[in-house]
Design a protein around this ligand. Structure first.
Ligand code: AMP
Length: 218
């Protein structure tokens, strides 16, 4: 049966790290709208130029733009057994759009859909964001304070220079939290009412959260 997994939780709750690990574990693609949008920005496309103006303010990129990117991506062959979708949907409108995309792609296919909610103490999150770094090649996420690379600013796996996201500054981070609570948090109830929500305690070490995640997807 196809396994469709989506993830909810505030910025820097650990979704990126855990969903990267999960995608490798399950053999499903890790699809992350933030990274897809940042790739458009790097390529200098029209979508990228529009996206940047919203990302820089900590606001959601317009739903049609993200919906078109996700619709195309989920229809690709590597998603046929399942996907790990990180950062989408982020509003009720996007959740409804995802239902439409799934029903178009799946047709008669048997699919199980689950929303995993990372429940976390939000006080530590701004600190996590402003020290965050990631590898532009493999996507590995580091943190200068909590999970530093062995050699400063260099990825342990790829030996390339780590990057800090342009929107990982305090001002934009605060706006991203506001956007999250206003637009995305209502999805917790939306998926709870559908009986597909699994809540996990996202406080603790990467390994502790990983074990809880494995339980939640069983
Ligand atoms: P992330 O990498 O998930 O923290 O996302 C970074 C930024 O990309 C967000 O603050 C939004 O501006 C934009 N973004 C990512 N995913 C979405 C989405 N599903 N809908 C709208 N904007 C998004």
């Amino acid at each position: 049966m196809k396994q469709e997994l989506i993830f909810l939780g505030p910025p820097a709750c650990g979704k990126g790290t855990q969903t990267n690990m999960l995608s490798e574990y399950l053999g499903f693609p890790h699809i992350d709208t933030g990274s897809l949008l940042r790739a458009e920005i790097s390529k200098g496309t029209e979508d990228g130029i529009v996206a940047k103006s919203f990302i820089d303010k900590g606001q959601l990129v317009p739903p049609e733009l993200v919906g078109a990117i996700i619709g195309k991506r989920l229809a690709e062959a590597d998603c046929k057994n399942g996907y790990v979708l990180d950062g989408y949907p982020r509003s009720l409108e996007q959740a409804q759009m995802l239902e439409k995309i799934n029903s178009d792609v799946d047709k008669d296919l048997d699919a199980s859909f689950r929303a995993i909610y990372f429940d976390i103490d939000t006080q530590i999150l701004i600190d996590r964001i402003v020290h965050r770094q990631s590898c532009p090649k493999c996507g590995e996420i580091y943190n200068k304070k909590f999970k530093p690379s062995k050699v400063e600013n260099i990825c342990d796996k790829c030996q390339v220079e780590l990057k800090t996201r342009a929107d990982d500054n305090e001002e934009t981070a605060k706006a991203r939290f506001e956007t999250y609570y206003r637009e995305t948090a209502p999805l917790i109830e939306f998926y709870e009412n559908k009986g597909v929500l699994r809540k996990i305690d996202a406080n603790g070490s990467i390994e502790e959260v990983w074990q809880r995640l494995l339980e939640a997807i069983k």
